[in-house]
Write a protein that binds this ligand. Structure first.
Ligand code: AMP
Length: 181
């Protein structure tokens, strides 16, 4: 299920570019202007609900931090459970973690060991706002797989196609992106 051109425009018009944030040379895609635009937010959530209602999912796994906003809202619409994948040091109980390389140095994502309630066959959709190099999503996908979970698809609102993150993530699962830039 794809979005109509009109609906894509409503969503893309609601996202603003902030130049040189958080550092010089980066064009930051600011989705706060989508969230405070009730028409755009509804168009997006209606689309996600329509697409994923037939996927027979058990959990949505949202990536820290903007993936929580869309992921938790979608889980509620689908009446299923939500799991946060967090940056290192935020989760209080026993975790599994996965390191990944940044431009300078490393970062880590982690998830609670019991996040999926020990349900090995669980069908999970992973979600984040934006796919750039794919480093974060690649590590998050590896984490989910470490727990023997069935990662059905990875969904991103925005895809910075020139960074080719999709290639990395599609080694683990299908990738669905709403707006390709
Ligand atoms: P990456 O690991 O390179 O795919 O980066 C993806 C993560 O960084 C996502 O969680 C995004 O929210 C964030 N991110 C990377 N680049 C941008 C950007 N240009 N605008 C907004 N968020 C970004």
């Amino acid at each position: 299920m794809e979005l109509s051109i009109e609906d894509k425009k409503i969503i893309s018009d609601s996202i603003r570019d902030i130049k040189d944030f958080p550092k010089e040379g980066i064009v930051f895609k600011d989705i706060t202007t989508l969230l405070n635009n009730k028409e755009a937010y509804q168009v997006l959530m209606n689309h996600l609900e329509a697409r994923y209602k037939s996927y027979d999912l058990d959990y949505i796994a949202g990536i820290d931090a903007r993936g929580f906003i869309f992921g938790a809202a979608l889980a509620d619409r689908l009446k299923i459970a939500f799991v946060p994948i967090r940056k290192k040091g935020k989760l209080p109980s026993t975790t599994v973690c996965e390191k990944y390389e940044l431009e300078y140095g490393f970062d880590e994502v982690e998830v609670h060991l019991d996040a999926f309630n020990g349900d090995k066959g669980a069908r999970v959709l992973m979600i984040d706002d934006l796919l750039a190099t794919g480093g974060t999503a690649n590590a998050a996908a590896k984490l989910i797989k470490k727990l023997d979970i069935n990662l059905v698809e990875a969904c991103f609102l925005l895809n910075l196609t020139f960074l080719e993150g999709e290639k990395r993530v599609s080694e683990h699962t299908k990738v669905y992106t709403i707006l390709d830039i």
